[in-house]
Design a protein around this ligand. Structure first.
Ligand code: SF4
Ligand code: SF4
Ligand code: SF4
Ligand code: FES
Length: 955
């Protein structure tokens, strides 16, 4: 029988430079100083009974089941709270200890329902196991006295129940919520017999709980149980795979019953998450089998025609015929493709190969265009590699953190928990300093036991000014690490930059009115950051999605270099990637100017390498970027597009422009798991496969390549990579792979930073951070250690230029956008899960002052208007916003916030300026004209899909 129990050492590992030797039941064992007797016993192959201890949490010592005898000591100490001391001799089994343990278990069981046979965790319950381990045979205390057997169940959370009648008040859940998740939602209320676990004064759903599942994971009984386990029963096998949501890339064990997922359990050995998860990866996987999943390929001539279900082959032949017809009529470059950061590295690699080799053009781009393309550009220019510099574990060693333009508790929750732990510090180590640079008061600014030293609440669009002002203080106050710079950076460029940054116009005082940040705060923050022994910068889309996105990334690199903070643990420049495989999709050559491994298409040697491998010529001209594809479609020179796994109609800015572009295409091929907003404009629909249905790899924000493993067959019969191979073949271009591992082998052959990567090695090591090659056969956790990849680090002059988007009398407010914890990107997945209970619709956050001026009440529908368009959504009046700035998310198509965002974009990469739009907000609104028209269009398109194409059997 499958068991989901993994070895539990009882208490966390200790890092120490000295070891101690103890004897456990006669066996000598050497452990790091500070290790508990319980953990040392496990190392010696001895398992001591336990209930309140588990190795993900600090020991608490409440259950007394783990008592032992220590030679020379009186009494029976708890092994979980007793540290090993040199020469200690421990006995874990004796008649006395057995009696004591049985007594403890007897008390627990006398107040526990005896319904083991029908209990959902039967066979996977630590209480049950311990009753067996201690040999409990009778319970002398009946149920006649006071007990908790009638305690009420809390079923408010959509994913797990809290059955208080089964609680043994071991407090593992409380500690998990505090130590691992850092939310502090649970408390032990009352004392002694009356003590009980409570999520504050309310139920779980209305509490501070963020549904991460850490408490459920930690609970040794059935008190906190997944509803899926209650409904479906215990799993019969498990497969290790990687979460398909955000760029943290958490590793999970998909626990299965046949080909049905029963639960996703964060993998204790996961090198990105170390056994933790968030609500999305842990619970929101039900979309994979949602009734809306597309299961049949379909084609149609015009988007007003009804869809016709066809076989895969017919769909490929039709699509290939259209591509060739269009190329013949309008030229080779009238077609293109878009790869997806949701798909695997192998799939992304194949799409760009298809476009380059089979279409014969470099018109390929990726959704990273609209998120982290400035990261790729800015870090390549300054440091020499288009990726973040650290692993996540590095944050444990930092002394000061800047979080700029990122909201990790919502966007990257598992990493945020890790970061919060470092910010809180421990009993023996002070927490790290924190500087938050964000227009909104994000949760990190003040959350239980964490408070930012500085919240630089800048005006949207002024990142470069704030970063320049910070660097100005560092340089002018003599805080620069001149030795580091002299040794590692290009001194000519440094001299130019230094001369620029010292100018009075870059001082905090000169920039105060532009940024809205008091100069004293900038000075304080700069001193804190520059004086920390190890200081790190973490950033997100609030940095990149600006007209100066690339400049901001370079300003971040400048600040890190001038303070000597690149090339070791605890420091670095860390882009937090939005989607699961943004890093990978960029690495795989998805950009129109770069082949895999960030090599420019104009480089003849690189082209020759790929031409030899692929047997087709590759153009030396960069192709079209996504926004250029839209413009060209409207101009009539771009006619066909293959989009794999991206919803450009919802995610890209200036929706009406995008819609017009899509309407102008003669052939739009969409490959997706749902009829997304883009698919409503398609002529060919290829049903996509979810991450559960295929093999492959994702690369997370740490450059960590992790395996995605197939746990069920593709619902529509083919995995995404197989569909791309089929389309290529129909175009007369054979791609021969029997398994995605062979695609990875090809990537490794052609890409210097991947030469050492293989599925065999990934299976052996768990995951690999690239570069992985002869120089670093097991990968590279931290980059630029001895020198920068480009040789000498290059400072860039980062002149602040205000965004062209200015507020006016007509549009006096600034709109900035982002996302929230329970939803993900365009929401196509999370809207089809119970996560909607937390965020059913997008809302507009507005400061009370702005609301009052406009007569807007909390919860009322308001109109959001810009020079691009208008939409309506519900207002939330909150002091989280600063006056003059409003905020919303883009998870729901019906509010379609991108109807108001503009065509402004980053000067270097065209990454759209989502974060700054001049808007007006008007009270008492009805649906906008765009919304009414779109609703009609959308309904007609949904009705055009035959039922059998979403519910039918695959063929
Ligand atoms: S809910 Fe579970 S983990 Fe929490 S105190 Fe009760 S038994 Fe322990
Ligand atoms: S699910 Fe997470 S946030 Fe909620 S109570 Fe449990 S540990 Fe805390
Ligand atoms: S933090 Fe990101 S990768 Fe991890 S479980 Fe949540 S969504 Fe998935
Ligand atoms: S396991 Fe040690 S006291 Fe509970």
């Amino acid at each position: 029988m499958y068991s989901n129990k993994v070895l539990d050492h009882g208490t966390p590992a200790r890092e120490a430079t000295t070891t101690v030797t103890v004897t456990i039941d006669g066996k000598a064992v050497h452990v790091p100083a500070g290790t508990s007797v319980m953990r040392a016993a496990v190392d010696a192959g001895v398992k001591i009974p336990k209930l309140c201890a588990t190795d993900s949490l600090e020991a608490f010592g409440s259950c007394r089941l783990c008592v032992v005898e220590v030679e020379g000591r009186r009494g029976y100490p708890a092994s979980c709270t007793t540290p090993c001391e040199p020469g200690m001799k421990v006995t874990t089994q004796s008649k006395k200890l057995a009696d004591l343990r049985r007594g403890v278990m007897e008390l627990y069981i006398s107040d526990h329902p005896l319904d083991c046979l029908t209990c959902p965790t039967n066979g996977n319950c630590e209480l049950q196991d311990m009753a067996g381990v201690v040999g409990l045979r009778e319970v002398r205390y009946g149920y006649d006295g006071e007990n908790h057997l009638d305690a009420k169940k809390d079923e408010s959370n959509p994913y797990f129940t809290f059955d208080a009648s089964k609680c043994i008040v071991c407090s593992r859940c409380v500690r998990a919520c505090e130590e691992i998740q850092g939310t502090f939602a649970l408390t032990v209320q009352g004392r002694g017999f009356d003590s009980k676990i409570a999520p504050g004064p309310t139920d779980f759903l209305s509490s501070e709980c963020v549904s991460c599942g850490a408490c459920v994971q930690a609970c040794p009984t059935a008190t906190l149980s997944e509803k899926s386990i209650i409904e479906q029963g215990q799993p019969d096998h498990a497969v290790v795979t990687t979460c398909a949501y955000c760029g943290v890339g958490c590793s999970f064990r998909a626990e299965m019953k046949g080909s049905e997922v029963v639960r996703m359990v964060p993998n204790k050995d996961g090198q990105a998450n170390h056994g933790h998860s968030c609500v999305k990866g842990r619970f929101a996987w039900g979309y994979a089998t949602h009734k809306d999943r597309l299961k049949k390929p379909m084609i149609r001539k015009k988007i007003t025609d009804p869809w016709r279900e066809v076989s895969w082959q017919e769909a490929f032949d039709y699509a290939a015929g259209e591509i060739r017809r269009i190329q013949k009529a309008y030229g080779k470059d009238s077609v293109g493709g878009i790869t997806s950061s949701r798909c695997t590295n192998e799939e992304t690699f194949l799409v760009q190969k298809l476009v380059r080799a089979a279409f014969g053009t470099n018109n390929v781009d990726t959704c990273a265009r609209v998120c982290h393309s400035p990261t790729g550009y800015g870090l390549k220019q300054t440091l020499g590699e288009s990726a973040g510099t650290q692993d996540f574990d590095s944050v444990d060693h930092t002394d000061c953190v800047i979080v700029i333009g990122a909201n990790p508790t919502d966007g990257h929750p598992v990493f945020a928990s890790r970061m919060k732990r470092r910010l809180r510090g421990t009993a023996t180590e002070e927490g790290a300093g924190l500087i938050v640079i964000d227009p909104r008061r994000i949760d990190l600014v003040r959350t239980p036991h964490v408070e930012a030293d500085f919240h630089l609440q800048l005006k949207p669009g002024t990142n470069v000014a704030v970063l320049n002002a910070l660097a100005h203080v560092v340089v002018t106050e003599g805080l620069a690490k001149e030795d580091y710079v002299a040794q590692r950076c290009d001194l000519g460029e440094y001299a130019k930059w230094k001369q620029f940054i010292q100018r009075p116009e870059n001082s905090p005082e000169a920039l105060e009115s532009e940024t809205g940040v008091p100069a004293a705060h900038i000075r304080g923050a700069a001193r804190l950051f520059a004086s920390a022994p190890n200081a790190a910068i973490y950033y997100g889309l609030g940095v990149t999605e600006h007209s100066q996105g690339s400049t901001t990334v370079m300003a971040i690199a400048n600040l890190a270099m001038v303070t000597g903070n690149i090339g070791r643990k605890g420091v670095g420049v860390n882009p937090l990637r939005g989607q699961n495989n943004v890093q990978g999709s960029c690495d795989m050559g998805s950009f129109p100017h770069e082949l895999p491994g960030y090599r420019h298409v104009s480089d003849a040697a690189t082209r020759a390498l790929f031409e030899a491998a692929w047997g087709r010529p590759i153009s030396d001209e960069p192709g079209l970027r996504i926004p250029n594809m839209f413009d060209a479609a409207i101009d009539g020179s771009f006619k066909a597009l293959y989009v794999q796994g991206e919803d450009i109609a919802q995610s890209d800015p200036d929706t009406q422009h995008v819609q017009k572009a899509l309407e102008s295409l003669e052939c739009l091929i969409v490959q997706d798991i749902f009829l997304n907003e883009t698919a409503k404009y398609a002529h060919v629909l290829l049903p996509g496969s979810s991450f559960l249905e295929k093999d492959g790899t994702f690369t997370n924000a740490e450059r960590r390549i992790s395996r995605v493993r197939k746990v069920m067959p593709p619902l529509a019969g083919l995995a995404d990579w197989e569909a791309t191979v089929g389309l290529a073949k129909a175009l007369g271009y054979e791609m021969r792979y029997d398994h995605p591992s062979e695609i990875m082998d090809e990537i490794a052959r052609l890409t210097p930073t991947f030469t050492g990567v293989s599925y065999e090695k990934l299976d052996r090591l768990g995951s690999i951070q690239w570069p992985c090659n002869d120089k670093a056969p097991e990968g590279t956790p931290i980059m630029h250690e001895d020198q920068f990849v480009r040789g000498k680090g290059k400072f860039f002059v980062t002149q602040y230029v205000a965004t062209p988007e200015r507020t006016t009398r007509k549009f006096p407010l600034i709109l900035t956008t982002g996302r929230i914890l329970s939803q993900y990107n365009v929401g196509a997945q999370t809207r089809r899960t119970e996560n909607t209970v937390w965020h059913e619709k997008d809302v507009l956050e507005i400061h009370p002052f702005d609301a009052e001026q406009r007569g807007i009440k909390d919860g009322e529908m308001v109109s959001l208007q810009s020079r691009k368009g208008e939409t309506t959504l519900r207002a939330v009046v909150t002091e989280r916003m600063q006056p003059g700035v409003v905020y919303t998310t883009f998870h729901h198509p019906e509010s379609g916030v991108n109807v108001v965002t503009t065509e402004n974009s980053d000067w270097a990469t065209n990454c759209p300026e989502y974060k700054v739009t001049a808007v007006q907000v008007v009270a008492h609104a009805k649906k906008s004209e765009w919304q009414r028209e779109y609703e009609q269009f959308s309904e007609a398109q949904e009705n055009a899909v035959p039922d059998s194409a979403v519910r039918g059997e695959a063929r």
